[in-house]
Design a protein. Structure first.
Length: 276
């Protein structure tokens, strides 16, 4: 009787202990992004292989492009001649908007630097819908969808995606690889100007970072942010295409725009992985 009881106890021990150890280990793992659902993708730009990925499932999910669309839009505008160069200026319409930096005249350089939405919305009707659709198809840019309108398709909220121009992190890195490898069907000058205007900074270890942020909030809760950071990292023969996005899981009191937050998440991730 005693032997049978001991045998049962041992069997129970063998089943329970691994589960208990696993539970303890899981509790000890620090979530580096508390309160956020985050995707980070780093792709070797030369080979197209994934170097690092956090949350692959989310990285394959499409989200509205937000202001990351300004990069393909710059290519379209330079290639078509609507913008002659980085100093061409569009006049502010006098309508005051929530971001002070937008309330003035802007040229192509400051448009991308300050992420000026009205500047984009001035360009798209001039480009026209058929031409934008052709460029999106040629670029293989996300779902190539602008059904929500020339001035709004890329600005849709992540929880209201109907008609949105949406793209995944994997598709973003593919686009940036082709941009920096001169494999997009635009004039060389258009590609060169766009690459120059996306340069952001050089890291302490000599990595040059080019990129673009994108920000939005959720329709159902304006205190929940969504953010993109996409771009290109290079040092000598090392070249990487990068894409990251996140959603706040609940309302937040943080004031930073989603895109700015996404950029900081990327820089911290690069530093942790020896790429900054």
């Amino acid at each position: 009787m005693e032997t049978g009881r001991n045998s049962l106890l041992m069997k129970t021990y063998r089943v329970i202990m691994p589960l208990l150890c696993l539970a303890i280990y899981a509790c000890q793992i620090r979530n580096p992004y508390p309160g956020k659902d985050v995707c980070i993708l780093v792709v070797n730009a030369r080979t197209g292989t994934t170097e690092n990925v956090w949350n692959e499932k989310r990285c394959r999910e499409r989200f509205p492009a937000c202001s990351t669309f300004k990069v393909p839009l710059a290519l379209m505008a330079f290639d078509s001649g609507i913008l002659r160069d980085e100093k061409q200026t569009l006049q502010w319409d006098g309508q005051r908007r929530g971001i002070d930096a937008w309330n003035r005249d802007h040229n192509a350089e400051t448009w991308l630097r300050d992420s000026v939405v009205w500047f984009s919305q001035r360009l798209t009707p001039i480009l026209t819908e058929p031409r934008i659709r052709k460029y999106l198809a040629d670029f293989k840019y996300g779902n190539e969808n602008i059904a929500a309108g020339l001035t709004d398709a890329w600005l849709k909220a992540p929880d209201d995606p109907q008609g949105a121009l949406a793209i995944s992190a994997y598709e973003q890195t593919d686009f940036w690889r082709r941009l920096f490898d001169d494999r997009l069907p635009v004039a060389a000058r258009a590609a060169n100007l766009t690459r120059q205007l996306t340069y952001l900074e050089t890291s302490p270890r000599g990595y040059t970072l080019s990129g673009k942020t994108g920000s939005n909030t959720y329709e159902a809760d304006k205190n929940r942010r969504f953010g993109w950071f996409v771009g290109y990292l290079a040092r000598g023969s090392e070249e990487y295409a990068i894409a990251a996005n996140f959603s706040d899981l609940t309302a937040t009191a943080e004031k930073a725009f989603g895109g700015k937050q996404a950029r900081e998440i990327v820089k911290a991730y690069l530093l942790e992985n020896g790429l900054w």
